[in-house]
Design a protein around this ligand. Sequence first.
Ligand code: PLP
Length: 456
Amino acid sequence: MENGSFLHKTAARSAQMYREAARWIPGGVTANIKYFTPYPIFMDSASGAYLYDVDGNQYIDYNLCYGALILGHGDQRIIAAINETFSHIGTTIFGTPHRLEAEMARVLVDLYPGIEKVRFTNSGLEATLLAIRLAMAWTGRKKLAKFEGHYHGSYDQVLISVTPQKRNLRRHPVKTSDSLGLPEYYAENTVVLPFNEWDQTEEILHQHRHEIAAVIMEPIQGGFIPPDETFLKRLRELTQQYGIVLIFDEVKTGFRTGLSGAQGIYGVVPDLTALGKVLGGGFPVGAVGGRVEMMELCSPASGVDILTTEQQPPSFGQDQPLFHSGTYNGHPIVLTAGLATIQVLRESGVYPQLEANTTQLRNGMEEILSRYGIASQTVGIGSIFNLVLADLPVRRIQDVLESNLSLRRNLDTHLLNQGVFIKPLNRFSLSTAHSAEVIDETLERFELAVKSLVRK
Ligand SMILES: Cc1ncc(COP(=O)(O)O)c(C=O)c1O
C-alpha cells in the first residue's frame, strides 16, 4: 500500500460518508485536525480501549479524543455519575450557580499548586484566551510571548508559529502564520521564543521586557517533549523579575502527568494555569486558575460590568472588571463527568499502572523498530508519548521536523490498516482501559504494520 491509499477495500462506507459530509461541511470535518488524506475514518461506536468504524473495522484507540479520554470509552463510573446527576437535578443545565462549580473549583485548588481561584469555560481555547486577557489586564501590556511549536487553541492571538519553519538553531525563531485571516495586529504583538534554548529565550525576553504581558507555554511541549532540567525554573525567575505573567497551558498535561499536571512534577508554580481535556471526562470543558489577585480581576462584584448596568460604560483603559462569560460555563453534567474521572484517578495505583502500561508499549515499539532497522525513539512523560523516527535527542520541535516524517506518516497508515488508531503524525495517549493484554495486542498489530511498511 502506498502512502495515502488508506483502506480502500474495507473503509468504503467511511469514504462514502466523507464524500457526503464534504457536500455540507468544509472538508467534511468540524475541526481541521480531524482531517487526514485520503479521508478521515468515520466511527460508529466505542468501548474501553476500542473504536469501531462504520465499515465494522475495530481499532485500538491511541488518539482518545486527543488525550481527553483518560479512562477510555464509556467508563461505567462516569456514566453512572452522570445518570445520578440527571435524576437529581431534573434538568440539563440551570443557567445559575450550582453546587458542583465550587466543588470542582475546590478540587483544582487542592491539586494544582498554581491555582487559588478558578473560572470554568467550555474548551481549552477559551481557557487560554481568558488567561491571556487576565495577564493583559494585570500588566497593562499588550504583547504575548509564546513558544515555537506550542499549541494553545484555534484563535488569532495564538495561531502563530505553531507549525514553525525549519531553522538554523543559532538564529531566533521566525514568526509563521498558522491560518488565513489573522490580522497583522497579532503578529506585531507576538514574540516567539525557542523552547529549551535558554540563552535565546533570555535574550528575547530581555529585549521586550517592558512590553510583554505574558509568556504562555505548554510546560511539556506538545504534551511529550519535557523541559530541560532548569528551563522552567529559570523562566519562572526571569518572568517574575520582569513582571511578566507566566501561564502554563496544561490542557494536554493536566491530569496526564499525575493529578497535579506538569507543575506538580517540576515544582514550578505559574501565575495562571489553563486546563481542559481530561477535566471534562469526555465533555467540552476548560478552566483557568491562578493567583487570587489576578483571578479576582474578573469578579463582577468589583464594579460596573457589561449588560448589567444602567450607568454609562467606561471608556477604554478605565477601571472595570475583566469580562468573562459563557452560557454553558460550569455545566453540571460536564463537571459531574470531570469529578467522576478525578475520583477514579485519585485511587491508589491508577497512575503507576497507567505509566507501567505506557512504558511496556513504548519499549515494545522501540524494540520492534530496531529489529527492523528503523531508527526511532519514543518521547514522552506519563501516559502521552510520541514516536519520533530519528536517533538524535529530541529537545524541541525543530528536532521533530528533522526526523523522518514521511516514513512516520507511512507507518501511521499501516497502523490504521492493522487496527491501531492514531491521527497520522500525532502523539499517542493511553487510558486506564489499555490493559497489559491490550498493549500486547497492540504490539502484535504494530509489528504487522512495520512488516508491511518495510515490505514496501
Ligand atoms: C495545549 C493545548 N491548549 C489548548 C488547546 C485547545 O483546547 P480545545 O481544543 O478544547 O479548544 C489544546 C487542544 O488540543 C491543547 O492541546
